[in-house]
Design a protein around this ligand. Sequence first.
Ligand code: NI
Length: 254
Amino acid sequence: MYFDSHAHYTDEAFAADRESLIKSLPGEGIEGFVNIGASIAESMHAVNLAEQYPYAYAAIGVHPENAAEVTAQGIEQLRRLSEHEKVVAIGEIGLDYHYDDVPRDVQKDAFRKQLALAESTGLPVVIHDREAHGDTMDILRKHLKTGGVMHCFSGSTELAREVLDLGMYIALGGVVTYKNAVKTVEVAKTVPLDKLLLETDCPYLSPVPNRGKRNSSLNLPFTAAKIAEVRGISIAEVAARTTENAKRLFGILG
Ligand code: NI
């Protein structure tokens, strides 16, 4: 049974069939998923979704591209949401230097404030780091006080080592199946098996052979198969261990 540590089922890409798709997951070997918030509105939607299915959980938080939402009032809204029993993490939070729309200082401030929220609630964090490895690691080294996962990890094995040294998990998704993903395959080979999570980031980043199509948790077996192949272990072991790891990180029983 698989666990999707990072899904965006509140995305409009799922507007037409969200309910039937989510209902189909347990019958297809998907034991659970965490729906990730990227804004305050999406975080509320994630909590609503988690209320509807026993195997759905929510992460609440503001993505760096929406960093302006992280005002004192925004933090209060997130704090109230965090008290819900299906909320298992703060995220996704972090830094994104790919686009210049949001000033870096604003992103860093929002990131630090949400790490402080994680500390005060005791919840682990889901980290988004795009082309901002240095600053992301600096802030995490100083302000990370809970568990966490580096989502859609795209760095080198050296960076993976630094992330693991902070006690964090590393999540791999469809990218590991792409032809040019040399670094990511190297990470997939070497990350300790008790620190690895599977994710989709759906609707984005479908693994081969469905690359370019809408992604969903149903594609997790393709990602697991690639990781199993490069590590020389069975797909069942990848599934079992990554599911166990996700439950440990997010404090999910059973
Ligand atoms: Ni995401």
